[in-house]
Design a protein around this ligand. Structure first.
Ligand code: ADP
Length: 473
């Protein structure tokens, strides 16, 4: 089976969040189960030069907005599988990966160029696997091409939702210049008075998936459907939840190159060294008995940071540390600064994006806070599990599916989980976790339960293969 995966970001070439982790790891996992998968992604200014040694094409011809555009294409296997990176400086050599008024045009171009690349490279793929709103354009283009172009006739599309909150909305008037002025396209994109690339992908892909089973159910409800729940209900026979895996080549405390010391479920002693170094890094006193609560996230409303703000005073009152790595909403960044000023000997903050620090926090912390308002899958709780850092999560989306609340009676469960989005409920779990932390044997048990949880990609890859096969039925 030949599969081309399109994604706006993919590790190690680019990353702003979980989509990058998933798009980087999935092709490798698919290859391991026998799928001929290739990844196609843009080459950004932020993509490290070390991945860009090989230009495979310097004249990919793309007819675009009435002109003939020539793009360069680089090839790399830095993520463990064949990857084509489309180089169009005008669109992708920018100060950040996203956040521009014409993002819709940038990714429409990426989709269009990716399809030309596929045509140039060889036989038609069986599946084009599209990810998030950035790839909605290709769903429509393929649906149209299939009607008259022999090359695309047997190709099917799978569209994966990594986060329904990001929709790629723009003015309907822009559709003409992107090559989607016909009635079929206009219908597909039209949503709530605007054009939505996400809606287009959901409306006309052959099969839909999202990144956990609970999220697949949640987004069919009006409260979590962002106005698209009706469409997802209409297509529910084509919508499946497949929980993301963890790339244990990258996130493994036994081998992680970012860590000062290594450990595993049988011998956790070096985790203490990671904790010591983490405290040192943040210039905090090295009181190793006190637990470190941690958070690594995009500081958006989604992540429930307001709930953390409400409880963190109580956490600090117990003498614990709090270490946060994140960037995002100004109000949350300001709060972190105030907290640091208020308790400089207990709080460590890093406002920004720092890959290596994310690994060191996972390894050195004791408890990971993830009280998300919604969470399509969530990767950080799964990384925490493997690093013996016990998550406290809200029972939504993928957090519900990947976490089991610790049960004292029979010793099962890998963390702590609460349901209502309320500071009081969150605090109850925090105290429960603290209580367990101060009982070393209980704590070891919870850590081990988490570290032994198998969230490898292999399972997920097999489910994607089934999904690909179902596009034929
Ligand atoms: P989302 O995709 O919604 O951001 P996930 O939990 O699925 O959430 O994935 C987040 C990914 O981004 C994880 O790999 C996490 O370590 C990483 N990450 C988030 N914020 C930062 C940051 N400030 N610095 C480094 N890595 C970060």
């Amino acid at each position: 089976m030949r599969v081309a995966i399109l994604a706006a970001e993919a590790v190690p070439y680019s990353k702003t969040g979980g989509l990058g982790d998933v798009a980087g790891a999935l092709p490798k996992a698919l290859r391991r189960v026998g799928v001929d998968a290739v990844l196609i992604t843009p080459l950004y200014l932020q993509t490290k030069g070390e991945y860009l040694s090989q230009v495979v094409m310097d004249d990919l011809s793309v007819d675009w907005r009435g002109q003939n555009f020539r793009a360069r294409v680089f090839y790399s296997e830095a993520n463990g599988s064949p990857t084509f990176l489309i180089d169009a400086p005008e669109y992708f050599h920018r100060s950040s990966i996203y956040g521009f008024r014409e993002d819709y045009e940038r990714f429409a171009f990426f989709n269009h160029a990716a399809l030309r690349l596929i045509e140039r490279v060889g036989a038609p793929p069986d599946i084009v696997h599209l990810n998030d709103w950035h790839c909605g354009f290709a769903a429509i283009e393929i649906a149209k091409l299939r009607r008259w172009d022999e090359y695309w006739q047997r190709t099917r599309t799978v569209f994966s939702i990594h986060n329904l909150a990001y929709q790629g909305a723009f003015g309907m008037d822009e559709l003409w210049k992107l090559g989607f002025g016909d009635d079929f396209s206009r219908n597909a994109f039209s949503f709530d008075g605007s054009a939505s690339a996400l809606k287009a992908g959901l409306a006309d892909s052959d099969m839909l998936s999202t990144v956990s089973r609970t999220y697949a159910r949640e987004i069919q409800q009006p409260e979590n459907g962002y106005g698209l729940d009706w469409l997802l209900r209409q297509r529910s026979d084509r919508l499946f939840g497949i929980t993301n895996g963890v790339d244990y080549d990258v996130w493994n405390p036994e081998t992680d190159k970012e860590l000062p010391a290594h450990f595993n479920a049988w011998d956790l002693s070096a985790k203490m060294e990671c904790k010591r170094q983490l405290l040192r890094k943040f210039l905090l006193p090295e009181n190793l008995d006190k637990p470190i609560f941690a958070n690594v996230s995009r500081l958006t409303a989604q992540k429930g940071f307001d709930l953390i703000q409400q409880v963190i005073g109580e956490v600090l009152a117990t003498g614990a540390y709090f270490i946060a790595l994140g960037s995002g909403a100004r109000e949350h960044e300001d709060f972190l600064q105030k907290l640091k000023d208020f308790a400089p000997a207990q709080v460590g903050i890093y406002k920004g994006y720092n890959e290596s620090l994310a690994h060191q926090i996972e390894a050195g912390a004791d408890i990971f806070l993830m009280p998300s308002r919604f969470e399509p899958c969530g990767l950080n709780q799964m990384y925490s599990l493997r690093y013996g850092t016990v998550p406290i999560v809200r029972a939504v989306g993928g957090l519900e599916d990947t976490m089991q609340n610790f049960d004292r009676v029979n010793g099962t469960g890998n963390g702590f989980k609460f349901k209502e989005f309320q500071a009081g409920k969150f605090l109850e779990k925090i105290y429960e976790a603290l209580f367990a932390y101060y009982e070393p044997e209980t704590w070891r048990q919870i850590q081990r339960n988490g570290m032994m949880t198998d969230n490898s990609w292999e399972n997920a890859a097999r489910k994607y293969v089934e999904l690909y096969q179902m596009t034929r039925s």
